[in-house]
Design a protein around this ligand. Structure first.
Ligand code: ZN
Length: 307
């Protein structure tokens, strides 16, 4: 196969990695993201691509780009909270015009899933779900190593269905509005910020998620209780995901994926919410994790995923 580039656009950095036909890395460059300046953003991406062309001695035709946020269905305009400069812009069209070659686009969640499905923690499984658990919650679904994007390109967005009122009532937690426009979204309760909120409601100080995990491991009862409630919400929502998509393996990503006890405790938290006879699939840590963004973007260019 021919060489390809993967470009991972994040809130603070844009990274380009060039791969040869065997997906071995040949060149890598990172620059700051001009998060507030759209012309400077286009210039930065173009400079990265031209730099890679020069480093390889020829231009790779296949380029995949992972962009943060979503694209409006009508008009193709980007909506991005992490890189405000992109919001309202026709990013895909503008980059295609600038670079004059075939571009494939996806989001950071899809790139994570694709990278883990091909040579990563889910390599060889017939289907996989990459579930990001961090500041935000989302994911991507791959069948046979290929990404399933869906009718709206949002397959795998598991953070915005509702938590059951019964679970909220059981733990005395409020029904929260979500920036997406809906109410009671799973993301508000199972993200890193969600764990802090639960900690505050359990009588704690609402510390950051890694601190709550560290305190629980040191024997702090309030932090342990908060983790228990958080695990119940997570168990409920992952059970819903398993019953809807039935992936052969779930790979966790994002900040909370570094919590080792999660891999031990989650199967038992999911099982009570599954109907009889349904098995919890293996839940495993990522191989590439956040570092797989550019790799996943390069795979987008190869596997003819969305757009
Ligand atoms: Zn939401």
């Amino acid at each position: 196969m021919q060489a390809c580039y993967g470009i991972d656009v994040g809130g603070s950095k844009i990274e380009l990695v060039a791969f040869d036909g065997a997906m071995a890395e040949r060149h890598r460059q990172r620059v700051e993201t001009p998060a507030q300046d759209y012309p400077a953003f286009l210039d930065a991406v173009e400079a990265l691509v031209r730099g890679a062309d020069a480093a390889l001695g020829r231009a790779a035709e296949a380029v995949g780009i992972g962009l943060p946020g979503v694209v409006e269905h009508d008009g193709g305009r980007q909506l991005s909270a992490n890189v405000p400069a992109l919001t309202g812009r026709t990013v895909r069209e503008d980059l295609r015009r600038r670079l004059g070659r075939t571009l494939r686009f996806g989001n950071d969640l899809q790139c994570f899933a694709l990278s883990e499905a091909n040579g990563g923690a889910a390599d060889g499984y017939p289907s996989m779900f990459g579930a990001i658990l961090g500041t935000g919650v989302g994911g991507g679904y791959c069948l046979g190593g290929r990404l399933v994007a869906g009718h709206n390109g949002i397959a795998g967005e598991w953070g915005h269905w509702s938590v059951p009122a019964e679970l909220l009532a059981r733990h005395g937690l409020p029904l929260l509005d979500c920036p997406c426009g809906l109410r009671g979204c799973v993301e508000r309760y199972v993200s890193g910020g969600g764990l802090s909120l639960i900690h505050r409601h359990a009588g704690g100080d609402g510390a950051a998620a890694p601190e709550i995990v560290a305190r629980a491991e040191a024997g702090d009862a309030v932090s342990e209780a908060a983790l228990g409630v958080h695990r119940e919400f997570l168990g409920h929502t992952l059970a819903a995901l398993i019953m809807a998509m039935d992936p052969h393996v779930i790979v966790l990503g994002g900040g909370l994926s570094k919590t080792r006890r999660l891999y031990r405790d989650l199967p038992g938290a999911i099982a009570p919410f599954l109907f009889a006879g349904v098995r919890v699939p293996p839940i495993v840590p990522p191989r590439f994790g956040d570092a797989g963004g550019a790799r996943g973007a390069a795979l987008l260019s190869r596997l003819h995923a969305p757009s």
